[in-house]
Design a binder for this molecule. Structure first.
Ligand SMILES: Nc1ncnc2c1ncn2[C@@H]1O[C@H](COP(=O)(O)OP(=O)(O)OP(=O)(O)O)[C@@H](O)[C@H]1O
Ligand SMILES: [Mg+2]
Length: 258
C-alpha cells in the first residue's frame, strides 16, 4: 500500500460552547488512499460533519493530527471540492455560471474550464439546462449543479456531506448513479458522508461505521463489489454488507432491536 492521501491519527474534537464543552468525536484513526471512495455512516450528532470540516481545514481539531498529501492540515484546503447538504447557489447566475463560480473565485482561466463545466453538466444529465436559473430547477438538479461545481476545477479530493439528504428516494438513487459514473471517470479521492446504509455500500470502496456521540469508529468494512454497481442488479453480497452494518448499529444501540 502506498502512503495514504488523507491520514487521520488519533483525531478528536471538543467544541467549547457557552454551556460547556461538547466532545464531537474522539480517537479517529483513518487512512484514505489516493483514488479511494470512502463513505462514513453514523447516527446524527456523532461528528460526521465535524470530521469532514476538519479534513477540509474549515474547523480545527483539538487532538491528534490530520495530513493531506503528507502535509499537516492547519488551514482551509484549496485542492478540494465540497458538496454540502443543501445546494448553495447564486440565483442571478444561470446553471453554467453557477458551476463556473468555482473558476471565477479561484481566478482560473474561464476559456479552459468552460468545456469542463459543460462536460460535467452533460455527464450529470443537465445538458440543455445550462441557461436555466437555479429557481427553474428541481432540488435534485440543483444538487447535481453543486456536484459539477465541486469538480470543475479538477480537485484531487472530493468531500460530500449528505449531499442527497434533502432529496426524495428516487432522486437519491439517480444521483448516486451519477456520482458513481463521474467518480469512475475521474477517480478523485472521495469522502462521502451519509445516513443511508445502502447508499454507502453502493458507492464506497470502504464504509466507516461510527458509534453515537462522542463519535468513534466502530468498524471499517471493505466493500468488495465490482463496478459499475447497478441498483437493478444488486448481488446478494450487497444485502449482506447492508445487513452487517445494520447489525453493528443495533449492537451499539443506534437502531432499536426489532
Ligand atoms: N459549531 C459547533 N459548536 C458547538 N458544537 C457543535 C458545533 N458543530 C457541531 N457541534 C456538536 O458536535 C456534535 C457533532 O456534530 P456534527 O455536526 O459533526 O454531527 P453529524 O454526525 O454531522 O450529525 P448529523 O448526522 O445530524 O448531521 C454535536 O453534538 C453537535 O451539537
Ligand atoms: Mg452532519
Amino acid at each position: 500500500m502506498s502512503e495514504p492521501f488523507i491520514r487521520l491519527t488519533n483525531v478528536g474534537k471538543v467544541y467549547q460552547t457557552k454551556t460547556g464543552p461538547t466532545e464531537a468525536c474522539s480517537d479517529i484513526n483513518l487512512d484514505i488512499q489516493k483514488s479511494e471512495f470512502v463513505a462514513i455512516v453514523g447516527p446524527s450528532g456523532c461528528g460526521k460533519t465535524t470530521i469532514l470540516k476538519m479534513v477540509a481545514g474549515l474547523a480545527p481539531y483539538t487532538a491528534g493530527t490530520i495530513t493531506v498529501g503528507g502535509k499537516r492540515v492547519d488551514r482551509p484546503q484549496t485542492d478540494v471540492g465540497i458538496v454540502f447538504q443543501e445546494a448553495i447557489m447564486l440565483d442571478w447566475r444561470d446553471v453554467l455560471e453557477n458551476v463556473m463560480l468555482q473558476i471565477d473565485i479561484r481566478h482560473m482561466d474561464r476559456a479552459t474550464y468552460e468545456p469542463v463545466a459543460r462536460g460535467l453538466l452533460k455527464a450529470t444529465g443537465l445538458e440543455g439546462f445550462e441557461k436555466k436559473k437555479p429557481y427553474e430547477l428541481s432540488g435534485g438538479m440543483r444538487q447535481r449543479v453543486s456536484i459539477c461545481r465541486a469538480l470543475v476545477h479538477g480537485p484531487t479530493m472530493l468531500l460530500m456531506d449528505e449531499p442527497f439528504g434533502a432529496l426524495d428516494a428516487l432522486t437519491r438513487e439517480q444521483i448516486s448513479m451519477d456520482i458513481q459514473r463521474v467518480w469512475m471517470e475521474s477517480r478523485k479521492t472521495a469522502l462521502h458522508i451519509t445516513h443511508s446504509i445502502p447508499e454507502a455500500v453502493l458507492l464506497a470502496d470502504r464504509v466507516v461505521v461510527m458509534g453515537p456521540r462522542p463519535g468513534r469508529i466502530v468498524e471499517i468494512i471493505d466493500i468488495d463489489l465490482p463496478r459499475p454497481r447497478r441498483l437493478d442488479r444488486l448481488p446478494e453480497r450487497f444485502h449482506e454488507y447492508s445487513t452487517r452494518i445494520r447489525n453493528i448499529f443495533k449492537s451499539n444501540g443506534v437502531l432499536a432491536m426489532d
